[in-house]
Design a binder for this molecule. Sequence first.
Ligand code: CA
Length: 235
Amino acid sequence: MNYLWAAATHTGRIRNNNEDAFAPEASGRGSGPVVLMVADGMGGAVGGEVASRLAVETAIATDGTPAERVVAANRRVVTEAMGNPHLAGMGTTMTLVQLDPGAQAHFAHVGDSRAYRLRDGQLEMITSDHTVVAEHVAAGRLSYEEALSHPQRSMLTRVLGINTELEVDEFDLELKEGDRILLCSDGLTNMVPDEQIASLMGSRTPEEAVWTLIEAANRAGGHDNITIVVVDVVQ
Ligand code: CA
């Protein structure tokens, strides 16, 4: 089994800067292991950009499990924020997957960026959002539809950069030929409903899927930075 990936980011149509970061930046193909990630930064004039970039750089440079990479990225952002008053309060999400030979995917995730699997035309969200609103939905206090337009839908309960102690979601997924994995920032999922993501992602190359999704988010308003990573499991 091989993996075929592509990724890109776009500032969107409203914001002046892009606080998302991702890896790998170049398209590629390989049998694994390969590590791919999306980070969505926040805070201050430049803090968001710095946080997501530092987190991605550190996760790439760390030799360890996916969760160990995220933990190292968190410590790096915390340290940097403590040492620089103008970066105080910066933070970032991180959704990371390591794809191993043998169609095994290992995820580590904090925040409200997301991972999905498209299999046989069905799109399945495989991460949980670490937001106040998502916790209300899980507890039955809010419907999924109400959550979509909730004013606090971006308020995070977990983020890298705030505390050296960080709970990281960690899970494994068996893949098979034909599966497609999507990692994305909320600049996509706040603008484009899941059903539309599913139909736009199908029957295209990873590169085409990436740009089709970015275009769809911008057509819907492009209110936020949009970052997309698409990986196919191929023969
Ligand atoms: Ca965002």
